[in-house]
Structures are given as structure tokens and as C-alpha cells.
Ligand binder design. Structure first.
Ligand code: 7TS
Length: 420
């Protein structure tokens, strides 16, 4: 789908994405909503809500069991979504696509299965200082179990990773590098391809936390060649409670499941069990069927627009937002402030006003942003701040939303100047 550019009566740029606000029922109930918390979770288009409803209303049977028609339909929709995900990330096979509850569970699975099996005292895991806690705490749990050490690649004051330091940290002790594709607090797009190549050149595995990139950027497993990739459905127009762990087939073949139960076995005896084939070996129990079907529908929706178009839209809107907020005295912006290396996330603070107060005043203007440490406490410690206000954009946001944000910020400044 090509982006049509039009301007509204105030001269703000509208794309067919923003005109497609009509795809998202939440705007019908709340037409003035300025939703800028997409890094936390995205809104859901009607087609996704309908797909979930359709499953519950018309064929809500369990998967992989029944011979009867309803179960066969549920199974083919569930497995059809797996193929949709495979194609979306260009994985070699659906054996490499494991449904999880989200990015957090996917990373925990790698840490607690691959990590516990492969790490020992003296080994090192390399992370970045800008990790979401979901890609830090699981490795701390593994470090406790295995006695391995965790090392951190630093950033500069603009949130850009220190690649030279990564090269220095990589050693015979390093077993895995785990890093975010896009920082959820600063929006920095990390040069993961280069980092993967550096790590692979010395035989080190790489996990990419794609929670903030899968919704916004094209992702291709054949091109990137990472060993593990994790992302969540709910940040990319899909339902909550569903996510994906991608891993290379030969790695998964050697990994032990961490959850046991129905569906993940082929044979069970009183003394031992044999595992099911991939990917089901890692999907114990009844899966999130409706949610997986909803995720498949969300991916179809995104693909109809085109991931390249979404990337372009987000970059243009971010550039507009940076320029607009830079004009407001007292506003300090964080991150690279360059849409080429920053995805649709803009963190800022206002002199003398606590981020939570800013978010509350913006809420009064029907503008939803997040204030806090964004589950990145070590990053906040590195930047010597306790919190930021974060505006995060997606395909239904437009320049008018940014303009309303700018007005809301000015209002916050006025209120605080008046009351002090
Ligand atoms: N990794 C990154 C980079 C994230 O941004 C998040 C969630 C996760 C992992 C975990 O995803 P989950 O779906 O399993 O929870 N990030 C955010 C956020 O920035 N605000 O709320 C959730």
C-alpha cells in the first residue's frame, strides 16, 4: 500500500496511516485521544479484535487434539499464524518459531534453558547498559545458578552504543551477547548486524530483543543471522499474552524444554519422557490460541501497509517531534535525536517538573504518555536521572498528535511557573 500524503485544514501532514485511525475502534469512543504510549503496548485494529472474537464465537476448540472439525479449524488457524510469523521474520522454517506469552517469557526461556545448559563459572554474558529489565534479570537468575559473569557495553551520553567497547569485551570467556535492537527508553536503533557479525566471527551466540523493533522495522532472520530473537505481539497491533521466540533449528534441537506438560511430549513413561518435535517441544500445555490467531491477523494488517512504509512514517514523525519539542525552552530531549538511528520513541524531561507531574498534566489533555524508569533502571543510573517522560509513536499517530503534545508540555510549564 502506498502512502498518500494529504494535509489537514491546519496544514499538518496526514498519511493514509493516520487517516486509518478509523481501523482502531478505540478512537470511536475517544476521538480526541492522543495515544503516545505505543512502546508499552499498541492499540488494536478492528480486524484483530474480530479475529479473536471469531475464534471465541465460532470455533473455540483446543488445538492439536480433536479429530472433530472445530478442533481441526482451531489447529489450522493457530498453525497458520505460525507460518505468518515465519514469513514476517523470514525464518527458514516454522520449527524455529515458538509461541510464548511475550518477549519476557521468550528471553527467560533462552536464559533458563540454553543459558543454564551452556554457561559455567568463568563464562561471560555480554549485555548493554540500556537493557529493559526483561533482558537483564533473566541473565542475573542464570548467573546465580551457573556462576557466570555479566558484562555491560556502555553508551555515550546520547544513548549510542560503544561498539569499540564491545570488541574489547568479546573474549574466549564470552558465550552470548544479548542486546536490544531498539532501546525502549531512548529509541536508539543499535547496529545489531555489525554486532552479530563481530560476535559470530569469534563463535559467540547472539540474542536480539526485538520487542521494540518488530513493530516498526522490517526484520529478516536470513539477513541478520542472529541465533535467538524475542518479541511481543501486543506492541505490534496484536493481543496481549502472545509473543515469539525465534531460534535456529540446530540450537533448539539441543536445548532442553523448561516447561513440561501436555503437547510437548511424544512418549511418556513413569520414569522418563521423550520430547515432541519442534516447535511443540517448547509449547507445554494449551497455548494462547486466540492470541496467536490475533497476532497472525495483526501481522497481515502490518504487511498490508508495509513494514518499509511504517518505518518511513515513524522516522518522519519522529523528526517532526524532535524539531517541535526542541523549540520549547526548558525541554531536554534524550537519545541520538537522529531518525536514522532512532525509532519512534522520544524521551524528555522538563526543567523543574517531575516526569510524573508532566504525565498527569498531559493526561488531563487526553494525551497518554509514560513517565518513569521504563523498566531500565541501570540506564537511568548511567544517565544520572531517575525518570523521563516518554512519547512513543506508531502508525496511527500524526503531526497533530505531536502538536497537541507540544501544547500539553507548554501548559505543564505554565502551570508550574505559576505555582512556583
Ligand atoms: N524488551 C523490551 C526492549 C521492551 O521494551 C519490553 C517491554 C520487553 C522486552 C518486555 O516485553 P513484554 O511484552 O514481555 O512485557 N517494554 C515496555 C515498555 O517500554 N513499557 O511497558 C513495557
Amino acid at each position: 500500500m502506498k502512502i498518500r500524503i494529504q494535509h489537514d485544514k491546519h496544514g499538518f501532514r496526514m498519511t493514509n496511516h493516520t487517516m486509518n485511525k478509523k481501523d482502531f475502534p478505540i478512537f470511536k469512543k475517544n476521538p480526541g485521544l492522543v495515544y503516545l504510549d505505543n512502546a508499552a503496548t499498541s492499540l488494536k485494529p478492528k480486524c484483530v479484535i474480530d479475529a479473536v472474537n471469531d475464534y471465541f464465537s465460532n470455533y473455540s476448540a483446543n488445538v492439536h487434539r480433536g479429530i472433530y472439525d472445530l478442533s481441526a479449524k482451531a489447529t489450522s488457524s493457530y498453525e497458520g499464524s505460525r507460518e505468518t510469523v515465519r514469513e514476517f521474520i523470514n525464518a527458514a522454517s516454522t520449527k524455529e518459531v515458538i509461541f510464548t506469552h511475550g518477549a519476557t517469557e521468550a528471553i527467560n526461556m533462552v536464559a533458563l534453558s540454553w543459558g543454564v545448559q551452556n554457561l559455567k563459572s568463568g563464562d561471560e554474558v555480554i549485555l548493554t547498559i540500556s537493557e529493559h529489565h526483561s533482558n537483564l534479570v533473566p541473565w542475573q537468575l542464570v548467573a546465580k545458578k551457573t556462576n557466570c559473569a555479566i558484562r555491560f557495553v556502555d553508551i555515550d551520553d546520547n544513548g549510542v552504543l560503544n561498539l569499540a567497547q564491545l570488541s574489547k569485551l568479546l573474549s574466549r570467556r564470552t558465550k552470548i551477547v544479548a542486546l536490544p535492537h531498539v532501546s525502549n527508553a531512548l529509541g536508539t536503533i543499535n547496529p545489531i548486524k555489525t554486532m552479530i557479525q563481530k560476535a559470530h566471527a569469534v563463535g559467540i551466540k547472539v540474542l536480539v530483543d526485538a520487542a521494540q523493533s518488530a513493530p516498526h522495522l522490517p526484520i529478516d532472520m536470513q539477513q541478520l543471522d542472529c541465533d535467538f530473537l524475542a518479541f511481543s505481539g501486543h506492541k505490534m497491533c496484536g493481543p496481549t499474552g502472545i509473543g515469539v521466540l525465534y531460534a535456529k533449528e540446530r540450537i533448539l534441537e539441543n536445548m532442553q524444554p523448561i516447561f513440561g506438560g501436555g503437547d510437548m511430549i511424544s512418549e511418556v513413561y513413569t520414569t522418563h519422557s521423550k520430547w515432541n518435535s519442534l516447535p511443540w517441544k517448547f509449547e507445554a500445555g494449551t497455548p494462547a490460541i486466540a492470541e496467536a490467531i490475533g497476532l497472525g491477523e495483526a501481522i497481515k494488517y502490518l504487511k498490508k501497509i508495509g513494514m518499509d512504509e511504517i518505518k518511513k512514517h515513524d522516522a518522519e514523525l519522529l523528526e517532526f517531534a524532535i524539531k517541535r519539542l526542541q523549540k520549547i525552552p526548558g525541554v531536554k530531549l534524550f537519545g541520538p535525536l537522529d531518525p536514522k538511528i532512532q525509532s519512534g520513541i522520544l524521551s524528555f524531561n522538563i526543567d523543574g517538573i517531575h516526569p510524573h507531574d508532566v504525565a498527569e498534566i498531559l493526561n488531563g489533555e487526553n494525551i497518554a504518555v509514560r513517565a518513569g524508569h521504563h523498566c531500565c533502571m541501570p540506564l537511568m543510573q548511567r544517565l544520572e536521572i531517575s525518570a523521563t517522560v516518554r512519547a512513543s509513536f506508531y502508525l496511527y499517530n500524526d503531526e497533530r498528535d505531536v502538536e497537541k503534545l507540544a501544547h500539553g508540555i507548554k501548559k505543564a510549564i505554565e502551570i508550574f511557573n505559576f505555582s512556583h
